[in-house]
Design a protein around this ligand. Structure first.
Ligand code: 5GP
Ligand code: ZN
Length: 122
């Protein structure tokens, strides 16, 4: 897709800090992180929004399944203390359309952890 910044990142035409890549997906660090860990998972194929990719459940599942693997790698996966209480953890977000807060119109999954930016922490 011409003039799509995330297509250009997927094609390596503009730089990003890649943290994962396979034939379908690319994950890279958000340029303006909202927390110590802020990664974006994108399909290499262009879909403007989640609703445009609704016919691709396998691809969407692959994106979602990558999130906990990345969280583990970046040290923010859910862990459990000796009493079995959960600790740490991360947030997965897909914004869709203006009312959903979407700014870049190439489907992307945010993986955010290491703090609680949604509670005012950074
Ligand atoms: P949205 O609001 O569309 O869900 O989120 C877009 C995200 O993309 C934002 O968190 C923003 O910081 C990030 N972003 C925008 N442009 C670039 C870029 O050129 N490179 C990287 N790595 N992230 C970007
Ligand atoms: Zn694109």
């Amino acid at each position: 897709m011409e003039n799509c910044i995330f297509c250009k990142i997927a094609e390596k035409k503009i730089p990003s800090t890649t943290v994962y890549e396979d034939e379908d997906l690319l994950a890279f660090k958000d340029i303006n992180p909202a927390a110590p860990v802020h990664l974006l998972v994108i399909p290499k194929k262009h879909f403007s929004t989640l609703q445009d990719a609704a016919g691709e459940p396998a691809l969407l599942g692959k994106m979602l399944a990558l999130a906990p693997r990345l969280a583990e790698e970046f040290g923010c996966a859910v862990s459990y203390d000796a009493d079995g209480a959960p600790a740490a953890g991360f947030k997965t977000v897909i914004n869709s359309g203006p009312d959903g807060g979407q700014e870049v119109y190439h489907l992307h999954l945010h993986v955010v952890g290491g703090a609680h930016p949604w509670r005012g922490e950074r």
